[in-house]
Design a protein around this ligand. Structure first.
Ligand SMILES: CC(C)(COP(=O)(O)OP(=O)(O)OC[C@H]1O[C@@H](n2cnc3c(N)ncnc32)[C@H](O)[C@@H]1OP(=O)(O)O)[C@@H](O)C(=O)NCCC(=O)NCCS
Length: 203
């Protein structure tokens, strides 16, 4: 897919794309992986990325390239009922840090609460990030278009994303793609901006 000088292509199951995925996933998750998994976070994510059939797999990743360099990433997948952190390769690859992931999941960390909130037919955009120096050039919108195309081709019925209320740029971007706020977490946002907004659109 081409949008001006931007090319969007599926990721390949190798270490190089795995490290790119890790970099952008952590950026989209505001550094949560580094906090939870420590210094080995990117290596752990890159290692599980090459395995098929789970949420962090290369299969769900699109990379954006401009001028011969990767400048952004989108990752999204069709909801799989019953899938949870416990059967994710991520937990195995995390080793002793897996304990921290389990605690985070039990405490309702946004990274792991998605499984219990997605329904059959949902396609979930889990990570979207563009390299800082390349923002504002339409790369984010092009990545969303491409991942939404996947969702439609997959026969999904609803496109969903969770975005921090304090992230006006991302909220504006999703609203521009016809997504509207469906729910909030926590249900009542006590501190303005400090909560997640689930934005969705029918496909
Ligand atoms: C969010 C992100 C992916 C957007 O990608 P991008 O390529 O910069 O997107 P663009 O700026 O081209 O388009 C986004 C829209 O937001 C607008 N925008 C820019 N800054 C804004 C701000 N502070 N408030 C509201 N809207 C803003 C742009 O004008 C554009 O709108 P338009 O198409 O109507 O002109 C990118 O900023 C990013 O990687 N952020 C860090 C990671 C992140 O927050 N990911 C989302 C997690 S849910």
């Amino acid at each position: 897919m081409n949008s001006g000088s931007i090319t969007i292509h599926p990721a390949r199951p190798n270490a190089e794309d795995g490290l790119l995925f890790a970099h952008y996933a952590d950026e989209a998750a505001e550094g949560s992986f580094r906090i939870l998994l420590g210094r080995r976070a990117h290596g752990i994510l890159a290692a599980v990325f090459v395995e098929p059939d789970h949420d962090y797999s290369y299969e769900h990743v699109l990379l954006a390239e401009a001028g011969g360099s990767v400048v952004g990433m989108a990752q999204g997948f069709r909801a799989v009922p019953g899938r949870c952190l416990a059967n994710q390769p991520l937990l195995r690859a995390a080793g002793p840090r897996g304990r921290i992931l389990r605690w985070a999941a039990a405490a309702g960390h946004p990274l792991f609460r998605i499984h219990s909130t997605l329904r059959e037919g949902h396609f979930y955009l889990q990570f979207l990030a563009v390299e800082e120096g390349h923002r504002g050039r339409g790369i984010g919108p092009a990545l969303i278009d491409a991942i939404e195309k996947r969702a439609r081709a997959d026969g999904s019925l609803r496109f969903a994303v969770d975005v921090w209320d304090r992230n006006p740029r991302a909220k504006h971007l999703y609203a521009g793609h016809g997504m509207t706020a469906e729910s909030y977490w926590p249900r009542r946002i006590v501190i303005p901006g400090f909560g997640l907004v689930r934005m969705t659109k029918p496909l």
